[in-house]
Write a protein that binds this ligand. Structure first.
Ligand code: HPA
Ligand code: ZN
Length: 326
């Protein structure tokens, strides 16, 4: 109990949260009503009951359906502000949010509404609590590289509000190499780079994200343990892995929390962080992720402090700000 109190109370950063994955069923229904959008679910309870996933794709289908209620700048503000209040309650001092512009642009929502609403909420969190943040634009890997380039073009006026780019959506059969040219362009533009890899996809995708995309962090990366040479590379370079325990159990990457490999990743000397991924869909925000993994695995006070330090060390912050947080 003392350990869980320490874990929940300690200052931390979150580095892997899809802001669209923080949309709670209640807010989905409220926004649907406000915008006159018809949902294929009769009630909040019925929608919540649909949250029984077999794998990544079965989750993504429902996650993209949920985003259909987001139309206006105020909608993006309200979604982000709801997340930031939860983050503040979990003593998150710095957060880096993913957003999926392609899933909104394709519905006729413009970039100004998306980035404007999210950025206004981040500004309010800075004013209210001194929370720092970064915004990471993800390309949907099931779409073409051409579509990613077109999205980058539309993002150009908003790059001052965007710290980096990432790669998400269906991992299998959409390898990192598909996006090597657009990531090279983003690198030239001075953007920081991350990619989802080794969640459902093979360890080779982690290696390719490093070698072909030149990412600074790997999102998930839990399947790296299948390749000892890769583990040694990740350890030597201290490449951060943004691990999401509740997500991994809900999407059946591991059958139960007790089978999660987070302790093994730490024991291998890897730069591990804990994150919530899509908290409205996976049953908990950041502190619930910490509480569940610390309850299921043999982890102690030293692990807790290490994970909190790693979360700031792996962040896209300058060294002075990192040092102040540590
Ligand atoms: N993996 C891939 N794509 C996603 C995820 C995830 O966990 N969450 C939202 N988009
Ligand atoms: Zn993710």
């Amino acid at each position: 109990a003392a350990l869980l109190a320490l874990v929940k109370g300690m200052p931390k950063a979150e580095l892997h949260i899809h802001i669209e994955g923080s949309l709670e069923p209640e807010l989905i229904f409220a926004l649907a009503r406000r915008n006159g959008v018809t949902l294929p679910y009769d009630s909040v309870e019925q929608l919540r009951r649909a949250y029984a996933f077999n794998d990544l794709q079965s989750f993504l289908d429902i996650y993209y359906a949920g985003t259909s209620v987001l139309l206006t700048e105020q909608d993006f503000y309200d979604m982000t502000w709801a997340y930031l209040q939860r983050a503040h309650a979990d003593n998150i001092r710095h957060t880096e949010l993913f957003f999926d512009p392609q899933s909104h642009l394709s519905r006729g929502v413009n970039f100004a509404a998306i980035v404007g609403g999210i950025d206004r909420a981040l500004g309010d969190a800075a004013d209210e609590w001194g929370m720092t943040s970064g915004l990471i634009m993800c390309f949907l890997r099931h779409l073409s590289e051409e579509d990613a380039f077109a999205t980058l073009e539309q993002a150009m006026p908003y790059l001052p509000a965007i710290v980096g780019v990432g790669l998400d959506s269906s991992e299998r059969d959409h390898p990192p190499e598909k996006f090597s040219r657009v990531f090279a362009r983003c690198r030239e533009l001075g953007l920081r780079l991350v990619a989802h890899a080794g969640e459902e996809g093979p360890p080779a995708y982690i290696r390719d994200a490093l070698d072909l995309l030149h990412v600074a962090r790997i999102d998930h990366g839990v399947r790296c343990l299948e390749d000892p040479a890769l583990v040694e590379l990740l350890r030597a370079r201290q490449v951060p892995l943004t691990v999401c325990p509740l997500s991994n159990v809900k999407l059946k990457v591991f059958p139960q929390m007790a089978q999660h490999n987070l302790r093994a990743l730490l024991d291998a000397g890897l730069m591990v962080t804990i994150n919530s991924d899509d908290p409205a869909y996976f049953g908990g925000y950041l502190n619930e992720n910490f509480a569940e993994i610390f309850t299921a695995l043999p982890l102690g006070r030293d692990h807790a402090l290490r994970l909190a330090c790693n979360s700031f060390d792996a962040a896209f912050l300058d060294d002075a700000t990192k040092a102040a947080y540590r």
